[in-house]
Design a protein around this ligand. Structure first.
Ligand code: 5AD
Ligand code: FES
Length: 341
């Protein structure tokens, strides 16, 4: 229970009411309660993760995603090991203690190749957390990558409603497989992040409630939430983007459900509103993920249109975000920022 707003997070009717409410007073109360709860566990710290987008090849064909295999307009790239290590070097010099390796489901990055990459990073940066965000793989694969030195894994469930999941993905993908991956990752010992888009086509307040129920059940260490943003060369290119306030409400509700979770103020939020990320931090988020990818890779990692920071040096984003955090009385924290049990 949050004392300020008296929100009982086990009460589904109450959660649904908050998903739907347009009462600004109530919404502000929700954001405030979420920020308070976050500060109680993590003070005013905001943790930094350096994002390395190392491949935009993907064997999947998710209807919303700009790097889907069916997008023939996209200029594809893969970073070499040397390029990845260069990104880490830049990140290390800027003080990052977490590297996030994110990419499409690219069959070229076999277990062997990933083990080679993870081992090389681990050897040079023994104390830095390595987070992977490379989609669905077998349990054996997840085990091998964990053994090689990966610590964390991000895999959004995208929507916790099976029917909705089927309307966002081709038949080859299923919610149950996605969930199996998530449970395997947790079982192996990764700190696990899941999450979803807000305002994706065919989403309803009820499917969002399902998302919250799934968070309650799965209890991830991290939750990534961002608005859906159309990408013109995808089947969902004509749908409207997700609403800002609803996205912030879902961030805040996730915080109330998971008081200790690490929740990023996502780039997608910064894309739909100039102060979207700051507003997420004030609604219970406590992580930022500035981009360390080489500039010429940035535009090509086009999950959605108009993505911010695609032309900016890593150092510029690092300090830009720091300034934004400080301007709201929050405190940039460059430590690893592990989940605190
Ligand atoms: N709009 C917003 N987020 C998107 N993602 C993929 N495509 C889009 C889009 N069009 C998100 C998915 C995925 C993460 C890497 O990016 O939630 O898990
Ligand atoms: Fe990239 Fe501000 S965070 S320019």
């Amino acid at each position: 229970m949050s004392q300020k707003t008296n929100i009982d997070i086990s009460d589904d009717a109450r959660l649904l009411h908050l998903i739907n409410t347009e009462d600004t007073h109530e919404i502000e109360g929700l954001f405030h309660a979420a920020r308070e709860l976050c500060s109680r566990h993590y003070r005013n710290a905001v943790y930094f993760r350096g994002l390395i987008e190392f491949t935009n090849y993907c064997k999947n064909d998710c209807y919303y995603c700009g790097i889907r295999k069916g997008n023939q307009k996209l200029d594809r790239y893969r970073l070499t090991l040397k390029q990845i290590l260069d990104c880490c070097r830049t990140g290390d010099a800027l003080g990052f203690k977490t590297f996030v390796l994110q990419g499409g489901e690219d069959p070229r990055f076999t277990d062997e190749r990933m083990v080679e990459i993870i081992s090389a990073i681990r050897k040079e940066y023994p104390d830095t957390a390595i987070t992977l965000s490379i989609g669905e793989r077998s349990r054996e694969s997840y085990e091998a990558l964990f053994k090689a030195g990966a610590n964390r894994y991000l895999l959004r469930h995208e929507t916790a409603c099976g029917n909705h999941y089927r309307s966002l993905h081709p038949g080859a993908m299923s919610l149950s497989e996605r969930k199996q991956c998530l449970y395997a990752l947790k079982d192996i010992g990764y700190q696990v992040g899941t999450g979803f888009m807000v305002g994706s086509p065919f989403q309803t307040p009820e499917t969002l409630l399902e998302d919250l129920r799934f968070l309650r059940e799965f209890a991830p260490h991290m939750v990534g939430i961002g608005p859906f943003i159309p990408q013109a060369d995808t089947p969902f290119g004509v749908y409207p983007q997700g609403p800002l306030t609803l996205t912030l409400k879902m961030v805040a509700l996730s915080r109330l459900i998971l008081p200790k979770a690490l929740i990023p103020a996502t780039t997608a939020l910064g894309t739909i509103s100039p102060d979207g990320r700051e507003r997420a931090l004030l609604a219970g988020a406590n992580v930022v993920m500035p981009n360390l990818s080489p500039i010429d890779a940035r535009q090509k990692y086009a999950l959605y249109d108009n993505k911010i920071c695609t032309g900016d040096e890593a150092a510029k984003c690092r300090f830009c975000i720091e300034r934004r955090i400080k301007s709201h009385g929050l405190v940039p924290d460059m430590s690893r920022g592990d989940y605190q049990d």
